[in-house]
Design a protein around this ligand. Structure first.
Ligand code: HEM
Ligand code: HEM
Length: 162
């Protein structure tokens, strides 16, 4: 693929990120005090944050030099799940908690349980994704130590000191 073509993809992706984030955050403008009490909005805020993280990271991952580190490692799995769990998952539950009570003309059975769901989910995603990023980067660094003579760069370690 030509460099111009790749560049075009990169900027397209960045523009999509900015458009989505600005749209999401402006929608919340003036409603931040409600975020503290309304589980629907809490889910939405984490969803938009996950969207922002995954779609910022995505174009970075598409750069050849960054991809040379991240490809095949757990870094990609972290990226996948920030998108899948925080963005798609939390958006889905935000919508369900908004829609279902309206469909059935009722109120949420328990705000407390919805909040508990929110916190278990948020902490779970953080505990999943953060170690994955560290593990992915470590994986890549260890693979880069391989060389034809000494696996794991043992030779380099002896030569340069541990
Ligand atoms: C502007 C937005 C995004 C861009 C440019 C982007 C780009 C990328 C890149 C470069 C990879 C690495 C491929 C590899 O080396 O293996 C990747 C992997 C992946 N991304 Fe994203 N990403 C974006 C957002 C998202 C979001 C929001 C999700 C989920 C909702 C997602 C799901 C995935 C999945 C499932 C993979 C693993 C599949 C694969 O390795 O090909 N991405 N993405
Ligand atoms: C608690 C929830 C979840 C856990 C613990 C989990 C765990 C995992 C694990 C262990 C893998 C394999 C990683 C590897 O090959 O090294 C994986 C892959 C994947 N998961 Fe999940 N997952 C969860 C939820 C989800 C959800 C909700 C989605 C989509 C909406 C999703 C999408 C994917 C995809 C697309 C892959 C393949 C990534 C790739 O190989 O590029 N996951 N997940």
């Amino acid at each position: 693929m030509g460099a111009e073509f790749r560049c075009c993809f990169f900027y397209n992706a960045i523009n999509a990120l900015l458009g989505g984030m600005i749209n999401g955050l402006l929608t919340l403008r003036g409603a931040w005090d409600k975020v503290r009490v309304d589980p629907v909005l809490k889910f939405m805020v984490v969803a938009i944050t996950g969207y922002g993280m995954a779609t910022f990271e995505g174009p970075m991952l598409s750069l050849k030099n960054v991809n040379a580190i991240a490809h095949y490692t757990d870094w990609i799995i972290a990226h996948v799940h920030v998108g899948a769990l925080a963005w798609n998952g939390f958006l889905t539950f935000g919508m369900i908690y908004w829609l279902v009570p309206r469909l059935f003309k009722t109120k949420l059975y328990s705000l407390g349980l919805a909040n508990l769901h929110f916190w278990i989910g948020t902490l779970g995603i953080i505990m999943y994704a953060l170690p994955m990023y560290v593990a992915g980067f470590t994986q890549a660094s260890m693979w880069k130590q391989f060389n034809p003579r000494w696996h794991f760069g043992l030779w380099k370690l002896f030569r340069n000191g541990f």
